[in-house]
Design a protein around this ligand. Structure first.
Ligand SMILES: [Zn+2]
Length: 211
């Protein structure tokens, strides 16, 4: 598809992020259960903005270049994209790549789902139309560190309990809480540092450009 090559660079299946999406078997869960999808082409604006703000998704049917933030969490559109990404400009589906494990699962279970596919797709399309008719939030995400830290601690605690399910006791669970909170604190510090570094770099480059 045609796009302004001086303004964007394209990520296709050859890009390491997208290759990872195809190869990592764990991501079949994200794709088949959560409905998280990666488009065949993502355009990255040549600027120093954070990645979420400079990612664009082109629709090959109508040529509209959508902000990637359209499919972000605040719009409740990051998940549930089982049939692909819905273009709210031409009502068609932006093609996505497949995780290889998902493909194998789909081939094996083909005799089960093939009977329901068309009616599911129709219902899904009607739902997308309704979802995308609401005003969409295209603002860059605001980081809520408390929320991020506490949810990290919770997930860490649950995974830790599942891993030692044979020896699980409520007393042990309570003892693990401070450790999980501390790990979450380190995680938030690391994230703050990484995002802060990216922002400092971007404002430094902006300053250099204006000189
Ligand atoms: Zn379109």
């Amino acid at each position: 598809m045609d796009f302004d090559k001086s303004k964007y660079k394209a990520w296709t299946w050859k890009h390491p992020y997208i290759l990872h999406w195809m190869i990592n078997p764990g991501l079949a869960f994200n794709e088949l259960v959560l409905g998280q999808k990666v488009p065949k082409i993502t355009l990255i604006e040549k600027s120093n903005k954070p990645l979420t703000e400079k990612s664009f998704i082109p629709c090959p049917h109508c040529g509209t270049i959508h902000s990637g933030l359209k499919w972000a969490y605040p719009n409740k559109t990051a998940f549930g994209n089982w049939f692909g990404l819905y273009c709210d400009h031409c009502n068609k589906i932006i093609p996505c790549i497949w995780n290889l494990t998902s493909l194998v699962i789909l081939v094996v279970t083909f005799p089960i789902w093939i009977w329901f596919k068309n009616s599911w797709k129709e219902k899904w399309l009607a739902k997308q139309k309704q979802k995308f008719s609401q005003p969409l939030n295209l603002q860059p995400p605001v980081y809520n560190w408390w929320y991020m830290g506490l949810s990290f601690a919770f997930v860490f605690l649950v995974i830790d309990s599942i891993l030692k399910f044979r020896d699980f006791t409520w007393k042990g669970f309570l003892i693990d809480i401070p450790g999980s909170l501390f790990t979450a604190f380190l995680f938030v510090l690391m994230m703050k540092w990484m995002i802060g570094k990216q922002m400092r770099k971007s404002s430094k480059d902006d300053a250099q450009r204006t000189i």
